[in-house]
Design a protein around this ligand. Structure first.
Ligand SMILES: Cc1cc2nc3c(=O)[nH]c(=O)nc-3n(C[C@H](O)[C@H](O)[C@H](O)COP(=O)(O)O)c2cc1C
Length: 207
C-alpha cells in the first residue's frame, strides 16, 4: 500500500505561512501524471500568465514549444529526454520546451538576462498551473543539441527546461520503486538564513 494522490498532495504542501500565495505553498513536482488531457482553454491561461511576466527591457525573450500528446512536437521533446526522465514523463499529456532569445530586438546587442527572464516566465507558468489544478515538473535532463536539431531552434536562442504538464496521477502508477519513493517523500528546503543575507556571509535578521 502506498499513499493516494490526495494524501501525497497534502504531504507535499509547504507549511502555511500567512500571506504567502497558496499556489506557492501547493506547487510541487510530481512524476505520476493522470491519463487526462489539458484543455486548450487551460493551456491558454498558463501562457496568459507568462505574458505578464517582467523582463529586461520588456524584451519578453521567452518562447515555449508546446507538444500535446500524439503530436510531432511532443515526440521530439520526449525523444530528447534522458532515460531517467523518459521513465516517467511520457505519461504527462503535455511537454513544453522553453527557449530564450539571446539578443535584444531593439539593438541586436547581447541580452545577458534572457535566461533569467525565461526562468521568471517559467515560474509564472508553473504557479498559474497550480491555480487551475494542474501540475508541472521541470527537467534539465534532456539532450539540448538533439532537441535543438529536431525542433529547428536557431542558435540565437538558448534552451531552458522541459516542462511536463498535466494532472497529478496516483503514486502507485509509478512502477519503479525509486520513482515511487521520490513521489511520496516530504519536500525539503534550506532555511532563510542560508540565502537571505544582510552582508555577504551574514544571515539577515528576519525575526
Ligand atoms: C531547472 C530544473 C531542472 C530540473 N530537472 C529535473 C530533471 O531532469 N528530472 C527530474 O526528475 N526533476 C527535475 N527537476 C525537479 C527538481 O528536482 C524539483 O523541482 C526539486 O527537487 C524541488 O521539488 P519540488 O519541485 O517538488 O518542490 C528540475 C527542476 C528545475 C527547476
Amino acid at each position: 500500500m502506498t499513499l493516494s494522490a490526495l494524501e501525497v498532495s497534502h504531504l507535499k504542501q509547504a507549511p502555511a505561512v500567512e500571506g504567502v500565495l497558496p499556489a506557492v505553498l501547493n506547487r510541487w513536482s510530481p512524476r505520476s501524471f493522470a491519463d487526462r488531457d489539458v484543455s486548450t482553454t487551460d493551456l491558454k491561461k498558463l501562457f496568459e500568465a507568462v505574458r505578464w511576466a517582467p523582463s529586461s527591457y520588456n524584451e519578453q525573450p521567452w518562447r515555449f514549444l508546446v507538444g500535446t500528446r500524439n503530436s510531432i512536437t511532443y515526440k521530439k521533446i520526449f525523444d530528447a529526454l534522458l532515460p531517467f526522465n523518459q521513465g516517467w514523463a511520457g505519461k504527462a499529456p503535455v511537454l513544453i520546451l522553453g527557449a530564450a532569445k539571446t539578443k535584444f530586438t531593439h539593438n541586436e546587442g547581447p541580452n545577458g538576462f534572457a535566461f533569467y527572464d525565461l526562468g521568471a516566465a517559467s515560474a509564472y507558468l508553473v504557479l498559474q498551473a497550480v491555480e487551475i489544478g494542474l501540475s508541472t515538473h521541470q527537467m534539465a535532463g534532456y539532450d539540448q543539441a538533439a532537441a535543438r536539431a529536431s525542433l529547428g531552434i536557431p542558435e540565437n536562442f538558448t534552451l531552458g527546461a522541459v516542462i511536463a504538464l498535466g494532472y497529478q496521477g496516483e503514486p502507485a502508477a509509478l512502477i519503479n520503486q525509486q520513482l515511487l519513493a521520490q513521489e511520496i517523500a516530504p519536500r525539503e528546503r534550506k532555511p532563510l538564513s542560508d540565502f537571505v543575507l544582510s552582508a555577504w556571509g551574514e544571515p539577515a535578521n528576519l525575526a
